[in-house]
Design a protein around this ligand. Structure first.
Ligand code: FAD
Length: 447
């Protein structure tokens, strides 16, 4: 059902936290709806995660809460895991540029994504809204508004009041580490993929990589060129799994690790034993909002941020507090754009939300459905097969066209290729007809 609309337009003072792909498009949409916007960005440039740095954190597992945080988790060899046509914002397609310094490939390098975001920022004059090197350290309600405390690079703290706060701080910086029985007495090294950049430190080593989704699959292949052996352990594999993987002669896939031993060995659930030098945890990340003080209203439990109506609005604090970019296994930039349009339109009063009670009923029903289907809490924000329905629902709220057929088919086929031909999916495909449809669409948009 389409939402209630109103002709009343409010122009609010809004803080956006983060100048990554989510914060940039959020700021653009908020300004388009006549809100005044300040983007707080603790880094020195726009692009968030896509600002590659060779620097890593001093604690390779990033367990120390007082460590110096390095934001990006991008590794040197990273290429996108989605085709560029479906990855970009709808009204600013991610197409190859006629410029030698750019990467024209369908699955380009991380440098190309950063260049795209920089171009997006220039095109819409977004940098003029950004306060760089300014970290938000506290966000809390104050007399029907929000107080933001920020710290600039010279250590000066400043308090400012906003009508609304949009949280876009990213969720690939706080590592989740797998629990391996016996690991405390295992003598080898451990590192999380957040601190992986290049394969060189693994020269001649036997490496166990835990996790076999996008990063696990990429990093294990990246290491094979340097290491003696690479063994992937994955909890989603049946316990008898033991398979040599195509594309290299020193890469094996196993079931999960059973235990690690004092003598340096790793025992897999399939009964195989390897003497390993290093474990690389490619086990994902945790949502983390160290600055947010909502007196316990918003919690993160087993990686579920809640309660949130449609992953965006906390019912009791809506619409003045919102989150862009929480769902995963989805078209990220495209979703950020739609969620941002929704937040901007709700704040201006053009689109209205259901009552707090109705939103809470929806959240409760959603959680009950996940539980009834046996979906663990930590997958609350995983969209996967439900992404098109979710994106179309938001598109309807804000009155824009649904997800294009070619885009939905590309992302579906893209995920399938990623999981079934993980060594070749970036360079071999059979959906040229979808590329053609996408470019015809981009051309129509321009006319
Ligand atoms: P980020 O890009 O992380 O930006 C958040 C920003 O907030 C940062 O600039 C940070 O400095 C700032 N910030 C954080 N806390 C504060 C604070 N307290 N105060 C001020 N500023 C703050 N997606 C795809 O679509 N395609 C891909 O191929 C792809 N590959 C990926 C590969 C890896 C290894 C990872 C980890 C993710 C990948 N993703 C990919 C998902 C990616 O996260 C999103 O595409 C997207 O870039 C995330 O944007 P964001 O704005 O939500 O977060």
């Amino acid at each position: 059902m389409a939402p209630a609309c109103s002709s009343r337009i409010n122009s609010l003072h809004v803080a956006v936290i983060g100048a990554g792909a989510a914060g940039l498009v959020a700021a653009r949409e908020l300004r388009r709806e006549s809100h005044s916007v300040i983007i707080y960005e603790r880094g020195t440039q726009v692009g968030g995660l896509w600002v590659y740095t060779p620097q890593t954190e001093p604690d390779p597992l990033s367990l120390d809460p007082n460590r110096t945080i390095v934001h990006s988790s991008v590794y040197d060899s990273l290429r996108t895991n989605l085709p560029r046509e479906c990855m970009g914002y709808r009204d600013f397609p991610f197409v190859p540029r006629n410029d030698e310094s750019r990467d024209p490939r369908r699955y380009p390098s991380h440098q190309e994504v950063l260049a795209y975001l920089q171009e997006f920022s220039r095109e819409f004059n977004l940098e003029e809204m950004v306060r760089f090197e300014t970290e938000v350290v506290c966000v809390e309600p104050e007399r029907q508004k929000w107080k933001i405390r920020s710290r600039s690079s010279d250590g000066i703290l400043k308090d400012e009041i906003f009508d609304s706060v949009v949280v876009c701080n990213g969720h690939y910086t706080e590592p989740r580490v797998a629990h391996v029985p016996g690991i405390d007495s295992w003598p080898g090294k451990q590192v999380h993929s957040h601190n992986y950049r290049v394969p060189d430190p693994f020269k001649d080593q036997v490496v166990v990589v835990i996790g076999n989704f996008a990063s696990g699959s990429d990093i294990s292949r990246d290491i094979t060129g340097m290491a003696k052996e690479v063994h992937i352990a994955s909890r989603s594999n049946p316990s008898e799994t033991y398979q040599k993987l195509p594309g290299s002669n020193n890469l094996w896939l196993h079931s999960m690790i059973e235990s690690a031993r004092r003598d340096g060995s790793i025992i897999f659930k399939n009964g195989k034993v390897v003497q390993a030098d290093t474990i690389v945890h490619c086990t994902g990340y945790k949502y983390h909002f160290p600055f947010l003080n909502t007196n316990g209203y918003i919690t993160v439990e087993d990686n579920c941020v809640g309660p949130l109506y449609k992953h965006v609005f906390p019912p009791a604090l809506a619409p003045s507090l919102s989150f862009i970019g929480l769902p995963w296994m989805t078209l990220q930039f495209f979703m950020f754009e739609l969620q941002s349009k929704w937040v901007a339109a709700v704040l201006s009063g053009r689109v209205t939300l259901p009552s707090e009670d109705k939103m809470m009923e929806d959240v409760t029903a959603f959680y009950a459905e996940l539980e009834a289907n046996g979906i663990p809490k930590r997958y609350t924000h995983r969209l996967g097969d439900s992404q098109v329905d979710y994106l179309n629902w938001i598109a309807e709220q804000v009155g824009v066209p649904p997800v294009e057929k070619w885009r939905a088919e590309e992302v579906h086929g893209g995920y399938l290729r990623l999981t079934t031909q993980s060594d070749t999916f970036r360079d071999k495909w059979d959906d040229d007809h979808l590329i053609l449809e996408a470019y015809e669409d981009f051309l129509r948009q321009k006319l």
